[in-house]
Ligand binder design. Structure first.
Ligand code: EPZ
Length: 417
């Protein structure tokens, strides 16, 4: 199995372009099947979650191909509504095919989704919303079997602004009959982008002043080309990589408008940032300040997906910092790996207390999920000596060419088969 070896301690320097957003493109790829024609998404990242979704689209009967950095999906030949377990077990986002397949085929059969293990991660809100819209759902041999002669617009109130449940309702509502209003909808930029993607295809979707989303279903969809926004979590990861090495880095194509909470925290810590158009220049050589309490929150709060990489930075920032994880109930697994590298972290329930040390020490560590793997890469870049990160396949789910990019910034990093 592949592992990644990093000889740490080199301040990063240079420039990196931020890839297109994983969490924006995955619901769009599910959405492609709602249109019996061609959808193009440019600036699409070449990452494992995208490759897995391409495979799934082909199984359903789509033709999928690359045109440079643009991914094209022709969904005129969709003929199946069955999602195989092999693919669903790899990706949480396979659940989004529930709304999309009901919208296109009136049927869907799929296993409960896999993906990063961050705690319980139920899908009850997705299922309840589909039932409210008229689908009949049954569980048979561990699979969700869903059927709907037609889906009907309804007012759906989510008990928590779940990103995936909001996306699933949008997908189901686009081809449904009448008006759907999603109350307490998630406000993540990826949701806004999914709405834009469908508007470009001719759908009638608007965001109401109170943050609800209104969809008038049944509009005829047309071929489209969507320019994907850059990935705010990948951008944040490179930002933190620069910080953890005390480097000077320019990040190109920065989605700064979606990163206010992250940039605010890093500024508070003493990281110097300067905008030049869409480029963000960082100078991380000054001594950093600790953060008394950092809490993860739904957007526009600090994103849970950057919580683990942020923990690495706080682990090497003098003084005591605390992190409270409010979104997932088991997203501190990386703390134990960081402890192996000399980090002083105490986890109690949803709170981690971090006492900064001057520098981490190289060690064997094991990645357990995508963003935790990114946090270990950052730890390796900081550490004295050699860090070997096992189970590195996770990182490829969300980061395009991360070893190459870090190497181009001067890191001593190599993937070993
Ligand atoms: C999306 O996951 C992202 N994944 C996650 O990114 C991200 O961490 C998360 O949103 C929060 O921002 C994709 O976009 C593919 P949720 P999702 O539904 O949709 C609970 C990454 O690293 N909940 O907003 O699964 C749930 O258990 C990934 O890129 C229910 O209780 O997140 C969690 O506690 C990891 N019932 C909370 O809501 C439900 O039916 C938020 O989950 C649905 C969710």
């Amino acid at each position: 199995m592949e592992y990644v070896e990093i000889r740490g301690g080199k301040p990063l320097a240079g420039r990196v372009e931020i890839q297109g957003s994983k969490n924006a493109v995955l619901p769009m790829l599910a959405g492609c099947i709602l249109h019996a024609g061609i959808s193009r998404i440019s600036h699409c990242p070449r990452i494992r979650d995208v490759f897995d979704t391409m495979e799934l689209l082909e199984i359903l009967g789509c033709q999928v191909w690359w045109e440079g950095d643009c991914l094209a999906v022709d969904a005129s030949g969709v003929k199946s509504w069955q999602i195989p377990i092999q693919i669903a077990s790899r990706m949480r986002s396979s659940i989004l095919f529930l709304g999309a397949l009901l919208g296109r085929m009136g049927r869907a059969s799929l296993p409960y989704p896999g993906g990063c293990v961050l705690g319980a991660r139920p899908v009850d809100m997705h299922l309840q919303a589909m039932e409210q819209m008229g689908a009949r759902l049954e569980e048979k041999e561990g699979r969700i079997e869903a059927e709907a002669g037609a889906l009907f617009g309804r007012e759906i109130t989510l008990r928590f602004p779940s990103v995936g449940a909001t996306e699933n309702v949008i997908l189901a509502a686009v081809r449904g009959k009448g008006v759907t209003v999603i109350r307490n909808a998630a406000r993540e930029p990826e949701i806004e982008e999914l709405c834009r993607f469908f508007r470009e295809k001719g759908a009638d979707i608007s965001c109401l002043t109170d943050g609800s989303i209104r969809i008038l279903g049944g509009r005829e969809l047309k071929d489209s080309r969507h320019e994907l926004t850059a990935d705010r979590i990948v951008a944040g990861t490179y930002l933190l990589a620069a910080a953890v090495t005390g480097g000077r880095v320019t990040l190109g194509r920065m989605p700064g408008q979606h990163m206010a909470a992250v940039l605010r925290i890093l500024q508070q810590m003493g990281i110097y940032m300067e905008w030049q158009g869409a480029d963000l220049r960082l100078d991380c050589r000054a001594k950093r300040k600790n953060i008394e309490l950092l809490e993860t929150e739904p957007y526009p709060g600090f994103p849970t997906d950057l919580q683990s990489p942020m923990m690495t930075l706080l682990a090497v920032t003098e003084g005591e910092s605390r992190i409270r994880e409010n979104i997932f109930d088991a997203r501190f697994k990386t703390a134990a790996q960081l402890q192996k590298m000399g980090a002083r972290i105490q986890v109690r329930g949803r709170e981690a207390r971090i006492q900064g040390v001057p520098r981490l020490k190289g060690s064997w560590v094991e990645a357990q999920e995508l963003r935790g793997a990114a946090a270990l890469f950052l730890a390796g870049l900081n550490a004295d000596g050699i860090t070997q990160i096992r189970n590195c396949q996770y990182i490829h789910r969300g980061y395009e060419n991360i070893c190459g990019n870090l190497r181009s910034l001067g890191a001593d990093i190599r993937a070993v088969e």
